[in-house]
Design a protein around this ligand. Structure first.
Ligand code: ADP
Ligand code: ZN
Ligand code: MG
Length: 490
């Protein structure tokens, strides 16, 4: 059994088939069919009006921005953008939607086909998309702890969503996680969704089935809901694969159903038998005209698209000579890639810039919890300053070690590195005479170690280097120290 088999949990006999349905809340100012603000939070039912409360006699008016955002997503994912698509009513009774139906798209969605190239284990996996459609979000039911009262908050009702449906192309929890991350990166790049899984603005339902390894027919699937982090999506899928494989191994049958992930008990539980499309009595919404998307609109949206993560990653490798890994980390966020490029623009040493950004800068970003933000505006240090710091190292003005001290000072004071180096007298000593004098002092203080070295204890070189650096307050040029030490000890 390979490691992949084990991680998938399906064992050698079964293999997993996974398709994801992702709901991404769009970052429009207002809701999809009314003028209420589409923002998270607020007092319950504060952001509501007769339209999103589903009062009789009101009419929905489509927010044009939602269509533009859907086209952005569709273009980025290589979909076909439909010149003609329709709104459909998905009918169901549940108190999170007052009017008894959700306005969605059904047989004619705005985007069809397409794919996402997903980095998995050092290779790239192409995951096909079925479709991307627009719909309105529902309200939220809040149940009190005693189970005696339920409250409804319609603030979220009518917030625009994209539903992004993948083909069943994924075959392990890790692949599903990688796809989800790539998709989140993409919607954040496009500026259409903040991708916040905890707040529920980026949600994922996982369709999971297993089948005898090597066979083609799809097994019966379960749809798993209620995961609010990448980790929980992966865990829920792994659990579900193992559960279904066990059912089949014991001679049972998997039933088509909706299951809920219980994060505390780390298991999925049956919620309801799966409804099928005909239960929803989909029909074209008579309140909304068919949606016509012109070539001009698609072209206009196309012109407004930023460079996408795949293209940027490829460019970082090809023209900046960065390792794949660096390129992937740096392009994982658009603002991070922008920041990195600004550092390189200030001083063209891409690998050094990458090391600083991936190491010291990202560490601080994490510590300050800035990495949750959609766009980081408060970088710990200005990109131009970081470029200048790298320039100082490359010019030999300061050592890499001193640079760390200067960096801390930059973080603390916001000052430019040249100013810090000048004010604190941190300029590297490259004067051979001064270094030679320091070396003589160190060698004179440790005659026994000098003798040991000459008798063959090569490892002592490090000790001497350390002592000389200490004697020069870390300012001696380390290359010179090494060379002169070896000469003198010979
Ligand atoms: P439903 O009619 O239950 O909504 P769909 O055919 O619309 O099912 O597919 C919904 C999602 O489930 C898609 O992401 C699709 O790739 C995935 N899917 C469909 N069949 C299977 C299966 N047998 N195993 C795993 N995923 C599946
Ligand atoms: Zn409203
Ligand atoms: Mg479906």
């Amino acid at each position: 059994m390979s490691a992949v088999d084990r991680s998938a949990g399906a064992g050698a006999t079964y293999e997993a088939v996974i398709g994801l349905e992702v709901h991404a809340e769009l970052l429009t100012a207002s809701k999809i069919f009314c003028g209420c603000p589409a923002i998270f939070g607020g007092a319950p039912n504060q952001h509501t009006c007769p339209v999103c409360l589903g009062m009789p006699g009101v009419l929905p008016v489509l927010n044009r921005r939602v269509v533009e955002f859907a086209i952005r997503a569709g273009l980025a994912a290589h979909c076909t953008i439909a010149p003609y698509s329709r709104w459909a009513r998905k009918n169901y009774f549940y108190p999170d939607l007052a009017k008894g139906y959700q306005i969605s798209q059904y047989e004619l969605p705005i985007c069809a086909g397409g794919w996402l190239d997903v980095p998995v284990d050092g290779t790239t996996k192409r995951v096909r998309l079925t479709r991307i459609h627009m719909e309105e979000d529902t309200g939220k039911n809040i149940h009190d702890a005693h189970g005696s009262e339920s409250l409804v908050d319609f603030n979220r009702c009518g917030v625009p969503l994209l539903e992004i449906v993948s083909e069943p192309d994924l075959s392990s929890p890790a692949e599903a996680g990688a796809y989800l991350r790539a998709l989140r990166t993409l919607v954040r790049y496009l500026g259409i969704c903040d991708g916040n899984m905890e707040e529920g603005s980026f949600r994922c339902d996982a369709n999971v089935s297993v089948r005898p390894r090597g066979t083609i027919a799809l097994g019966v699937k379960a749809e798993v809901k209620n995961m609010n982090s990448f980790r929980s999506v992966e865990k829920a899928i792994a659990y579900e694969i193992a559960r279904q494989a066990r059912v089949l191994e014991e001679g049972g049958r998997v039933v088509q159903e909706t299951r809920l992930w219980d994060a505390d008990r780390e298991e999925t539980r049956s919620m309801r038998s799966k409804e099928s499309a005909h239960d929803y009595r989909y029909f074209p919404d008579p309140d909304l005209p068919p949606l016509l998307v012109s070539h001009e609109l698609v072209a206009e949206v196309g012109r407004s698209m930023p460079e996408l993560p795949d293209a940027r990653r490829t460019r970082f490798v090809a023209s900046l000579n960065l390792p794949e890994y660096d390129a992937e980390v740096l392009t994982s966020r658009r603002d991070l890639a922008d920041y990195f490029e600004a550092v390189v623009a200030a001083h063209p040493n891409a690998k050094a810039a990458s090391n600083w950004v991936m190491g010291d800068v990202l560490r601080l970003v994490k510590e300050r919890k800035l990495d949750d933000a959609l766009v980081i505006t408060e970088w710990p240090v200005a990109a131009a300053h970081l470029g200048e710091l790298i320039a100082l190292i490359d010019e030999g003005a300061i050592s890499g070690k001193i640079a760390k001290t200067v960096f801390e000072e930059m973080v603390a004071t916001g000052e430019a590195p040249r100013a810090i180096v000048a004010a604190r007298g941190l300029t590297q000593v490259s004067d051979e005479g001064a270094i030679a004098a320091a070396i003589d002092g160190v060698l004179a203080a440790h005659p026994d170690k000098v003798a040991d070295f000459r008798a063959g204890k090569d490892k002592l070189l490090g000790f001497f280097v350390g002592q000389v650096m200490k004697a020069t307050a870390g300012k001696a040029n380390p290359t010179l120290v090494n060379r002169l030490l070896v000469e003198k000890l010979r």
